[in-house]
Structure formats: structure tokens, C-alpha cells
Write a protein that binds this ligand. Structure first.
Ligand SMILES: *Cc1c(COP(=O)(O)O)cnc(C)c1O
Length: 436
């Protein structure tokens, strides 16, 4: 038989797109620790979360159903940019001279440029369905704010975005995207909320942080029954919506007759990695051998340097306490280019699986990840987001290990987004001005 050659890209037809998300909660070996009320420290009930989220998302947060149907209106929007392609990185393999096969799932093809639209569309839909017309949110580098602006735009919802000041200044084009898609954007900390005013009183030049921006968005939603809040990562329902990524990837790998030995993703709050890994984790629980590698920056080493304990999701201590890996809710990370990875905590399910040894964490400095991104751009062509570059670096390291050991492994990573609005980081790298 002739040698079978894998295709460069595996595309799926619309009718092959999964019609349900995979909910990992009922399959967890140890039940997930519940979120605790910020004041009473008792487990949170639905009524505690009702001021912030629509009921359907609260139900998903604790659902015991293994598969949750994707509403038809959400599927229809997914079909405008999904299923996303899964690529074989032949050119990268060649330059690395590795016996490994490298595959990547390309989530940069969404109109928002990242995986974040997958949950933005779903969250906007559930809010609309419950009659909600106003949403607040925070955004770091602006990817989430822009994705949610588009998601809300599809369903006629008005959105206010609190954008971390350092990114507001560094990434003006994301602001423009948010406004183009019809939302309003404010540099956080603002004078509009108690949380913002308190920070500004201490430091009028505060660069802001995701924790502060969350406090502002939550405060504004909690005070008004007509306003809900939306979070772009961390929460169970967000990771759930992202499982479309891993479910499609599994089908695409199967079509090639392959299965990954190692699955890699970058971790900010953990949603793109969780979405990619959870469907494979299901196989791992059933005894299949697959490694999962979560990649983060050394300047915000939540999984590799944080503690696994209950902590607040925000700076002002207004959110429920979540059991997760955390650097402490007062942590203000240095302004690296991977703005989407500058969060003090991590998704609780992901944290739990790291703690139980199912998932490995690894951290890289900024210069190393830009070097990897450069190699990737010059072989596969795609200029990845600085966040995604962390996953690229880990994939290259795995491939180099294979070269040394002579093993041929299947390496799969999630290409969470493109970096076409993050060229300042590339510019600094090329000029030799990037620091760790
Ligand atoms: C936001 C973002 C991330 C980090 O968020 P997660 O919730 O950890 O996925 C990673 N990559 C890109 C491109 C992003 O926009």
C-alpha cells in the first residue's frame, strides 16, 4: 500500500459540526468544589448568581447532563465561521526536522479573530432569550470585549465594556472593533463605579487589571435588575461553550486516522484550553493515554506558581469565592504583550484537574514565546496572538524533544487567535527591544 499522506487541512461540512457541547462535570473523578458566597462563605445557590447571569447559564454552571444541546440560533451563527479547520503543520515540522507530527486547530478564523466568539454568541443568545437588553463586561487585551460586542450585536443587546487601561492605551484598534460592532468601551479603572473610584483614589495612574475591571462590570450589573454581566473565561459555562473546539478537533483527527499523544493550549482564565482538552479528558478518564499541557507566562504563573485555594474572582471581593489556582486577587501582573493571560486565577475545573495530576502546567518568558511565534509565522504563515504563541512554544519544545528521543508523537495545539492587532509586540521583538 502506498504511504498515506495526511491532508494539509481537514475541513468538516456544516452537517458534521457537533450539535451539543460536552459537559465534563458529571465525568469528573472527584466532584467539583462549589463556589462560596463572598459574605456568608456558604455554597452559592442559583439565587446568589441570578442578579448577574440569566438562569439558563446558571443551570449550565452546575449541570449534570453530559451533553447540552447547542440552540439552533447559536448553531446558525456558528455555521458562519465553523467548523474551523484543523491543520497539519508540515512546514514547521520540516524546519524543526522532527519525527513528530504537529497539528493545530485554527480558531483565528472567527470574525473576532479568536475562540472567544464561541461563548460570546451563546451567552448573548441566552440573555436575549430571557429578555435581557443590557450587559456589562470587562476585557483585558480587548479580544473578549470585541467578541462579545459582536455576539451582543447579533441579538440586539446593548453592551458596556470595561477595558483594562494599559490595553486601552496599547491596543486602540480593539477599541475601534468594539465600537464598530456597536458597544461602548471605558478605560478601567473608571470614575463610574465605587470599585473604580477606590482604586483611582489610591493610584490615579493605575494601569488597571482584569480583577479591577471585573469588579466594575459586576458592580454595575448587580445594582440594576435590567442589566446582566458576562464573563469571557473561567466559569464552567464558558468552558462548556468552548468544547466545540475539542469536539470538532476529535472528529478531524479521526478523519486522518490519528489521535494526539499530547494536547497543548495557552491558559489565561482557561477557556480555550479547557474547550480543547475536555473532550480528550473524557477519553483519559476512560483509560486512554493522552497528555495535556497548559501553558502560561512566567510573569503570571497561575498554575505553576499559584496556590490551589478558595479566592475571589475580582479585586474588590464581590464575586463568589472559587476554588482555583490563584496568585491572589490583589495580584497586578506586569504589562506583557499577552494581555489575555494576565489573570490572577484559573478555571476551577481546569485547576482541579491540574491539582489531581491530569494536566501539566508549564510557563515561558515573553522573549521565548515571540521567538516561537516568529518561527511559526515564517513556516505556517499565521501571525499568532501573543497568548497563542505560548502554545506554539510548547508544541515546538515537544517536537524538539521528539527529535532528541527519535520518537514520533502526535502533537495537537489550539491556535486560539491571530495577532494582527498585536503587531506592537512583534515590532519590539524584531527591533530587539522586547524584555522579560
Ligand atoms: C483571551 C485569549 C486567551 C486566553 O483566555 P482563555 O480563557 O485562557 O482561553 C488566549 N488566546 C487568545 C487569542 C485570547 O483572545
Amino acid at each position: 500500500m502506498a504511504n498515506r499522506v495526511d491532508p494539509y487541512r481537514v475541513l468538516l461540512n456544516e452537517d458534521e459540526m457537533p450539535t451539543s457541547w460536552y459537559n465534563i462535570l458529571p465525568d469528573l473523578p472527584i466532584p467539583a468544589p462549589p463556589p462560596l458566597h463572598p459574605v456568608t462563605r456558604e455554597p452559592c445557590g442559583p439565587e446568589d448568581l441570578a442578579p448577574l447571569f440569566p438562569m439558563e447559564l446558571i443551570k449550565q454552571e452546575v449541570s449534570e447532563e453530559q451533553y447540552i444541546e447547542i440552540p439552533e440560533e447559536v448553531q446558525n451563527i456558528y455555521k458562519t465561521y465553523r467548523p474551523s479547520p484543523l491543520h497539519r503543520a508540515y512546514q514547521l515540522e520540516k524546519i524543526l526536522d522532527t519525527p513528530a507530527k504537529i497539528f493545530y486547530k485554527n480558531e483565528s478564523v472567527s470574525p473576532a479573530g479568536s475562540h472567544k466568539l464561541n461563548t460570546a454568541v451563546a451567552q448573548a443568545y441566552y440573555n436575549k432569550n430571557e429578555g435581557i437588553k443590557h450587559i456589562t463586561t470587562e476585557t483585558g487585551a480587548g479580544q473578549w470585549g470585541s467578541a462579545l460586542a459582536l455576539g451582543c450585536g447579533f441579538f440586539g443587546i446593548d453592551l458596556k465594556v470595561f477595558m483594562v487601561r494599559i490595553s486601552f492605551d496599547q491596543k486602540p484598534y480593539r477599541r475601534t472593533m468594539i465600537e464598530t460592532w456597536g458597544a461602548e468601551v471605558f478605560a478601567s479603572p473608571t470614575e463610574m463605579t465605587n470599585a473604580g473610584r477606590a482604586v483611582l483614589a489610591e493610584d490615579p495612574n493605575s494601569p488597571g487589571s482584569l480583577g479591577i475591571a471585573i469588579s466594575e462590570a459586576v458592580e454595575m450589573a448587580a445594582q440594576d435588575d435590567a442589566v446582566k454581566y458576562s464573563l469571557g473565561s473561567v466559569l464552567n459555562h464558558v468552558c462548556l461553550h468552548q468544547t466545540i473546539v475539542g469536539l470538532e478537533s476529535k472528529i478531524q483527527m479521526e478523519k486522518m486516522g490519528e489521535y494526539p499523544d499530547v494536547v497543548i493550549g495557552c491558559v489565561g482564565g482557561g477557556s480555550n484550553f479547557s474547550g480543547m482538552i475536555f473532550p480528550f479528558m473524557k477519553d483519559k478518564f476512560e483509560g486512554k493515554s493522552v497528555r495535556a499541557v497548559a501553558v502560561e507566562p512566567v510573569s503570571c504563573p497561575t498554575l505553576t506558581g499559584g496556590k490551589y485555594e478558595y479566592d475571589f474572582g475580582d479585586q474588590a471581593e464581590t464575586t463568589p469565592l472559587i476554588k482555583m489556582y490563584t496568585l491572589g486577587h490583589k495580584f497586578v501582573p506586569s504589562p506583557i504583550h499577552a494581555g489575555g493571560l494576565r489573570y490572577h486565577g484559573g478555571a476551577p475545573i481546569l485547576s482541579q484537574l491540574v491539582n489531581e495530576g491530569y494536566i501539566e502546567g508549564v510557563a515561558y518568558p515573553q522573549t521565548a514565546i515571540f521567538e516561537a511565534a516568529m518561527t511559526f509565522a515564517r513556516t505556517e504563515g499565521i501571525i499568532v496572538a501573543p497568548e497563542t504563541a505560548h502554545a506554539v512554544k510548547a508544541a515546538i519544545d515537544e517536537a524538539n524533544n521528539c527529535k532528541e528521543s527519535g520518537e514520533s508523537k502526535n502533537i495537537l495545539f489550539n491556535l486560539s487567535g491571530h495577532g494582527l492587532l498585536d503587531l506592537r509586540g512583534y515590532e519590539e521583538y524584531l527591533a530587539g527591544n522586547l524584555v522579560d
